[in-house]
Ligand binder design. Structure first.
Ligand SMILES: C[S@@+](CC[C@H](N)C(=O)[O-])C[C@H]1O[C@@H](n2cnc3c(N)ncnc32)[C@H](O)[C@@H]1O
Length: 255
């Protein structure tokens, strides 16, 4: 196997180490009737992330983790494939496939270099997968390569405003003060673990999508409803109801 980029190797170790903490979330999401998104579990009926019909679509989930987004797509008639960098996360995904009786291919690998032919998919999707753990200058061109003309890219990430207000220790909640520059934001590392994340300013992300033949169709800024809860400490509901902490991008490859 060729050597992994430094951040991919670090994130592999990180995700292999915490995969067990994600088994319960994975199970709940595989079991649910209605999909929900992000750290506040906002229902699909409020956000409209998935295509109305996925019948017959070839889909790839980039950083599929426990694989529930692909499971939702399979139930809607798609033919999903998932790729993930962590063998421990994929072991959970495989166990859930067996329990829920939905088999689809799961690849172990880096979503910045997917070992599949160009123009093989109608939809590429990532919920906190490649979308934050891969370098956008690598994974977005790769997603564009994998899509057929007219294919769609849908991904969920943290909003830039949250990344500007998040303390270096992401066990602490974001405050109401900008802690770092917006211009030039790209690679993020945290003080309490060895993982590496990536977040871009909006203008730079739009330019990158367009440079890869992807036209932005929608940006959904997630506003959690009253009473929403999360197990994650890095933002609280009062903050997330005033400013976007998560956002969902939808782009389409020129066709
Ligand atoms: C928060 S999980 C999101 C996946 C899914 N939505 C879930 O919650 O199970 C993040 C996933 O991204 C994967 N990941 C990180 N870097 C990756 C890379 N370079 N290529 C593929 N997957 C990657 C991790 O292994 C992890 O399973």
């Amino acid at each position: 196997m060729s050597e992994l980029p430094e951040h991919v190797g670090r994130n592999r170790d990180f995700w292999n180490g915490i995969a067990a903490e994600y088994e319960a979330d994975g199970h709940r999401n595989w079991a649910t009737e209605e999909p929900s998104w992000g750290i506040w579990s906002v229902p699909e009926s409020q956000l409209g992330v998935l295509p109305e019909s996925a019948e017959g679509l070839d889909t790839i989930e980039l950083g599929c983790g426990t694989g529930y987004v692909s499971a939702w797509l399979a139930r809607r008639g798609a033919r999903p494939v998932g790729i993930d960098n962590s063998e421990a996360q994929l072991a959970t995904a495989k166990a859930l496939q067996t329990e829920f009786g939905a088999e689809f291919p799961l690849l172990h690998g880096n979503a910045e270099a997917v070992p599949l032919p160009s123009a093989s998919f109608d939809l590429a999707v990532s919920e906190y997968g490649a979308s934050i753990w891969c370098d956008p200058y690598a994974w977005i061109p790769e997603a564009a390569r994998l899509l057929r003309p007219g294919g769609r890219l849908t991904f969920l990430v943290n909003a830039p405003l949250l990344m500007l207000c998040a303390p270096d220790n992401d066990d602490e909640a974001a405050g109401e003060r900008l802690l770092r520059p917006y211009f030039g934001m790209h690679r993020f590392e945290w003080s309490e673990d060895d993982s590496v994340e990536f977040h871009l300013p909006h203008g730079e992300l739009i330019a990158l999508l367009r440079a890869n033949g992807l036209q932005v169709e929608e940006l959904i800024e997630v506003r959690p409803p009253d009473g929403s809860t999360t197990r994650y400490p890095f933002v609280d509901l009062e903050w997330a109801q005033k400013w976007p902490c998560e956002e969902i991008w939808k782009a389409r490859k020129a066709g």
